[in-house]
Design a protein around this ligand. Structure first.
Ligand code: ARG
Length: 228
């Protein structure tokens, strides 16, 4: 997908998984909105095309990009060595850590990943949270495609904790006061926008636009809009 193909087509097609507030989530009007979506809109606007959002399970995003079904992944996706072998990432646009969320009425208040040993822990399939808990022996990992389902299981008492990125963890805790954030695990992650491997032209455009959004204050305005 060269820039010209995208322009001729008249739309930029991004892939995301929208149970990840405030980066991407479905609002009361059933629209996918969020920080990432606003960035995607800025990219489309600067290309002079419309934005089309394709909603997919998180672990299907990279295959969809490789198959050319989407132009970009914007999904709070952590830049990892493994992923960077198969896609190209933009410069980092956000810093993140993992967080542990539990029910507020339970005595269980894990402070580190090892405290989850012997417990049932929900994660989103294929995320860095999945990796972090899967590395530790003795944790029973339950994998979901949607964080909304992971939190339903936490609410019902079928799992003891959910592990996910800190900002979305805070957003869920804010929305559902029966949950609490019991710890933040310093994983030092950064998010990047992914393009198909070798798509230099699109990657340069994304990086340049991120620079412009930062230097013109748009990026900060979006931070204020979605994180307070
Ligand atoms: N940052 C984590 C990762 O890259 C989780 C991202 C989940 N994003 C989403 N839109 N569901 O694995």
């Amino acid at each position: 997908q060269s820039l010209n193909t995208i322009k001729k087509r008249g739309k930029l097609i991004i892939g995301t998984e929208p149970t990840f507030p405030p980066f991407e989530f479905v609002d009361e009007k059933n629209q996918i909105v969020g920080f990432d979506i606003d960035i995607a809109n800025e990219l489309a606007k600067r290309l002079g095309v419309k934005l089309e959002i394709v909603s997919l399970p998180f672990d299907s995003l990279i295959p969809a990009l490789q198959q050319g079904k989407i132009d970009l992944i914007i999904a709070g996706m952590t830049i990892t060595e493994e992923r960077a072998k198969v896609v190209d990432f933009s410069k980092p646009y956000f810093e993140a850590n993992q967080a542990l969320v539990v029910r507020g009425d339970s005595k269980f208040q894990p402070k580190k990943i090892e405290d989850l040993v012997g417990k049932k822990v929900a994660v989103q399939l294929g995320t860095t949270g999945d990796l972090v808990v899967s590395e530790v022996k003795g944790i029973e990992v339950v994998r979901f495609q949607k964080f909304t389902d992971a939190f339903l299981e936490l609410q019902n008492g079928r799992v003891d904790a959910v592990v996910l990125d800190e900002a979305p963890a805070k957003a869920y805790v804010k929305k559902f006061p029966k949950f609490i954030l019991s710890a933040v695990i310093d994983t030092g992650e950064t998010y990047g926008i992914a393009v198909k491997k070798g798509n230099r032209e699109l990657l340069n455009f994304v990086n340049q636009t991120l620079d412009i959004l930062k230097s013109t204050g748009v990026y900060n305005r979006l931070l204020q809009k979605w994180f307070e």
